[in-house]
Design a protein around this ligand. Structure first.
Ligand SMILES: *[C@@H]1O[C@H](CO)[C@@H](O)[C@H](O)[C@H]1NC(C)=O
Ligand SMILES: *[C@@H]1O[C@H](CO)[C@@H](O)[C@H](O)[C@H]1NC(C)=O
Ligand SMILES: *[C@@H]1O[C@H](CO)[C@@H](O)[C@H](O)[C@H]1NC(C)=O
Ligand SMILES: *[C@@H]1O[C@H](CO)[C@@H](O)[C@H](O)[C@H]1NC(C)=O
Ligand SMILES: *[C@@H]1O[C@H](CO)[C@@H](O)[C@H](O)[C@H]1NC(C)=O
Ligand SMILES: *[C@@H]1O[C@H](CO)[C@@H](O)[C@H](O)[C@H]1NC(C)=O
Length: 836
């Protein structure tokens, strides 16, 4: 009886411990699996900023050759002014190669920090000590002498360790000089470094960063105060930008008192703490021309560096108002960076950008600049919140290893065994936490709530006539009905000049689309349903229910509807520049630049990603095509026409079975064969749009030779041969960077994979397209050859198939546009066309 009670109590205790551990690590601070803090040469523990550095004789780390090392101490007065003074009062001195060994519980990235403060002790003068420090895999310090500037220094490394034991070996070099160290930290950290990063010189993709040892050279809290380890999520030190900022242009400091929006961002609390993201330096807005703000650093000449920019728009009053450029030396890292866009329209959302500079300047200087965007719609502005500069190739010397005696290892085993129970609980909690964190990191962030990214409704002037429905009809969906408005028929009749044919701007399966001009001059798009169509009513409801809940910068907003006199009218924001398709081919529009095309693809991908992931149930568009991607007056892309949209699969179901709908030429072959619809069908169709964008020809062109009729089939053959460059739209071919095209082609190929499961998610596609844009934008400016005059001077590609030239002046040829037809009648028309 007694034992049962005790047993139950133990279970309850264990559960509460587990819950507590889970709570602490997932909602408050990160708890590292490996956390060694060693106070070298000391017999007592030292507490610094609530962290306990244990004596190096405590057995936490295994010290080899203890009899041939010396524990040295210096006067407390000498170190009293420094942070962590207790650590620097003692040192371990080695006269023969020696090591500390650390048993590791986790593999992956660890911070290794070595603290040095040279002083004189007996016959040793540590200020002249020259030595090497290495792990089993990498030389951390070679021919190193601690600067005797009378203040402590520390060196920090980020190492991906895949061993169970880390051995730090200290090797004295030269005659009569020892090696020494004052304190050591070995801490496992979350996975903060991605494997592939933009490389600037030459522009390309740098792969293999995840295994690369890194040494922190600079870590700056730009525009803010110094952050000490106790205030950092991973016990890092962030210094001010006082000594690196080049004071050439007026700037202001920004300080954000509110709460940062970590949920939506790419960055987490572990990437940098609040105190980094909520302070920034900002380009001062003045009437004079604004130039770059620049920071300059001393680095090793001709070495490789990873540069991480921490950014968070804490200065804007509203989203999408801040646009700026980011540079490393004279290399462009990103142009026209729009932080709101990265954060689904949210402000105060932490974000970071990485870039690799493979060979720093021979002068040994590295500079980082933020400059105003060349885009005129934005006021000259720009911010930077934090900066990290990490050296990638630390040293080339050969490693030295002094392995610990096996006796020490088994001794440690006993200690480990005795605390195994507790450790296991901790490890399990951490694994769970890391799992959850990973999950959040791997998948591009989904918008948390639709409401936070709503764009303001425009063109609502008619509301002043009191026409907003008070009694909501069944057509509006109950919870979201607040955002759509019933518009009186007479208002629409007036605005469209009695539905004048002159006002028609498009025709779809649903009916005609008219341009409407309201009394105050604002424009709207009015989609008037074909009353005879039965199916129309269902689509009308679908569209209202869906659209009234959707507000996103890259989706065409529904402004209102009208159901008077059995009318089915939907009213949208007016998209000044029409369809993407009309800008690509078949019209007289000036060609879009390659960069603009990429931006439009990124915007459309963002809109679709939002549809797929922004809600509890994913929404499948079902008719993704260039005619359904509209452009506003700034050529910002918005996805339109959700008439065919159907809410995606829930939970266990993986598809929605339904009659095949969509547009010929864009149809997912798997969907067509099996009639099973998933969000990967949209990915396929989007892949076809990407081909339209790069080739600028219709998806189905029956006037071409048989093997060229279908764009997707034809272009993917070129891509698989690695010759996509041969069929790039001639008008932009000269401006497309090969690296960007390669990545673009790979992305298209993945989208068009035969089976849905092999295709990337829309989030992955978005990420890849942003990377293409980075590859295109980085490095020397290509925009100067964007002007049409110069393009025509470029040699035309002799290998190009002449019949591809869709801008041919043959006026008699009127290609039938299959992409605008629904599948039901497109088939018969194709058969006719082929038989002609
Ligand atoms: C070690 O460093 C000193 C001064 O920093 C330099 O004079 C010496 O040549 C270096 N030795 C080697 C082997 O690199
Ligand atoms: C560490 O390197 C291994 C390969 O040696 C790799 O699989 C792993 O993803 C890397 N871990 C991190 C955190 O980068
Ligand atoms: C750092 O933390 C201490 C105590 O936790 C706090 O008093 C101090 O204000 C913090 N400093 C900053 C810059 O956040
Ligand atoms: C920047 O300055 C210009 C001219 O002084 C002003 O019109 C504009 O509103 C300012 N922008 C911001 C964001 O302060
Ligand atoms: C780092 O790499 C660059 C380029 O590969 C090379 O020139 C430089 O010598 C290397 N530096 C070190 C310290 O290994
Ligand atoms: C900012 O610096 C970059 C790179 O050095 C340069 O190309 C650009 O013209 C500069 N912008 C301004 C406004 O000075």
């Amino acid at each position: 009886m007694d034992s049962t009670v005790v047993g139950l109590k133990l279970v309850v205790l264990a559960l509460s411990v587990a819950i507590w551990l889970f709570g602490t690590c997932c909602h408050a601070d990160f708890t590292p699996a490996d956390d060694y803090l060693i106070n070298c040469g000391s017999t007592v523990d030292a507490t610094v900023d609530h962290r306990v550095f244990v004596s190096d004789t405590s057995g936490a780390a295994i010290l080899t050759t203890p009899t041939q090392s010396t524990a040295a101490t210096t006067s407390p007065n000498l170190v009293s002014g420094f942070e962590g003074a207790m650590l620097y009062q003692t040192a371990r001195i080695f006269v023969v190669p020696s090591s500390y060994a650390f048993m590791l519980k986790s593999h992956g990235r660890h911070f290794v920090r070595l603290h040095f403060f040279p002083f004189k002790y007996q016959s040793y003068d540590l200020t002249t000590a020259t030595f090497k420090v290495s792990t089993q895999d990498v030389v951390l310090l070679d021919n190193f002498t601690a600067p005797s500037s009378s203040s402590p220094v520390f060196k920090e490394y980020s190492l991906n360790i895949t061993r169970d034991m880390l051995i730090l070996t200290f090797v004295p070099l030269g005659n009569n000089t020892p090696a020494f160290v004052n304190a050591i930290e070995v801490i496992s950290v979350p996975d903060l470094i991605t494997d592939s990063v933009l490389s600037l010189d030459p522009v390309g993709q740098y792969l293999g960063l995840s295994t690369q040892p890194l040494q922190t050279f600079y870590r700056i809290n730009v525009g803010g105060p110094k952050v000490t380890p106790e205030n950092d999520t991973l016990w890092r030190t962030w210094v001010t930008d006082q000594s690196s900022f080049v004071n050439s242009t007026p700037t202001t400091l920004a300080n954000f008192p509110g709460k940062l929006n970590f949920q939506n961002g790419l960055a987490t609390e572990e990437d940098a703490p609040d105190s980094v993201y909520n302070t920034a330096r900002r380009l001062q807005n003045s009437t004079r021309s604004v130039s770059n703000m620049t920071w300059q650093f001393d680095v090793d000449a001709r070495s490789s560096y990873l540069i991480r920019f921490h950014l968070c728009d804490i200065v804007s009053k509203a989203p999408y108002q801040l646009l700026f450029d980011v540079y490393v030396d004279s290399w462009s890292v990103v142009k026209d960076l729009d932080l709101s866009d990265k954060a689904f329209g949210n402000l105060a959302t932490p974000y970071y950008i990485d870039a690799v500079l493979l060979s720093s300047d021979p002068s040994g200087k590295l500079s980082v600049s933020i400059g105003p965007s060349a885009v005129k719609i934005a006021a000259p502005d720009g911010i930077l919140n934090g900066l990290e500069i990490m050296k990638m190739n630390i040293s080339t010397g050969s490693v030295s290893i002094v392995a610990p005696p096996s006796v020490a290892r088994s001794h440690l085993g006993v200690i480990l065994g005795s605390v195994l129970g507790v450790v296991a609980a901790v490890v399990i909690a951490i694994v769970i936490c890391i799992f959850f964190r990973r999950k959040n990191k791997l998948h591009p962030p989904a918008p948390s709530r639709p409401s936070s990214s709503w764009t303001p409704l425009n063109g609502l002037s008619f509301l002043t006539t009191g026409s907003r429905t008070t009694s909501r009809t069944t057509l509006t969906s109950g919870t979201t009905g607040d955002t759509s408005y019933r518009i009186p028929f007479v208002v629409l009749q007036d605005a469209t000049n009695h539905f004048d044919e002159q006002m028609v701007i498009g025709v779809g399966g649903f009916g005609k689309v008219y341009k409407a001009v309201m009394q105050d001059g604002s424009k709207l798009a009015v989609k008037r349903g074909n009353q005879k169509s039965h199916q129309g009513l269902r689509e009308f409801r679908t569209e209202i229910e869906l659209l009234s809940g959707l507000r996103h910068r890259h989706l065409v907003s529904l402004i209102g509807y009208c159901d008077e006199h059995n009318e089915m009218i939907l009213v949208y924001e007016y998209m000044e520049k029409g369809t993407l398709k009309s800008h690509l081919y078949g019209g007289d529009m000036p060609p879009l630049s390659w960069k603009k095309r990429l931006e439009i693809c990124v915007g459309a991908a963002r809109g679709l990603h939002y549809l797929h992931t922004g809600f509890a149930q994913s929404i499948i568009h079902r008719d993704v095509k260039s005619a359904n991607i509209l452009l506003d007056e700034n050529l910002l892309a918005k996805v339109s026409d959700f008439g065919l949209s159907k809410v995606g699969p829930e939970f266990d179901q993986t598809h929605v079975s339904t009659a095949v709908k969509g547009s010929f030429g864009y149809l997912d072959p798997e969907y067509f064969r099996r009639q099973k619809l998933t969000d990967k069908s949209d990915v396929y169709s989007f892949g076809v749009v990407l081909l339209e964008v790069i080739c600028a020809r219709p998806v189905i062109d029956p006037t071409l030779p048989r093997d060229m009729i279908n764009l997707a089939e034809w272009a993917i053959k070129w891509q698989k041969r690695g010759e996509l460059d041969q069929i790039v739209d001639q008008r932009i071919a000269g401006t497309v960077r090969p690296e960007a095209l390669r990545k673009f082609g790979e992305t298209v190929e993945k989208c068009l994979a035969e089976y849905g499961v092999e295709r990337p998610t829309m989030g992955d596609v978005l990420w890849n397209l942003e990377f293409v844009l980075q590859l295109q934008e980085a490095g020397p400016d290509m925009s100067n050859i964007n002007s049409m005059n110069q393009i025509s001077e470029l040699p035309s590609n002799p290998k190009r198939v002449s019949s591809l030239d869709i801008s041919s002046t043959d006026q008699s040829r009127v290609p039938i546009d299959y992409s605008d037809m629904s599948t039901s009648n497109a088939f018969s028309q194709l058969i006719n066309a082929e038989g002609r």
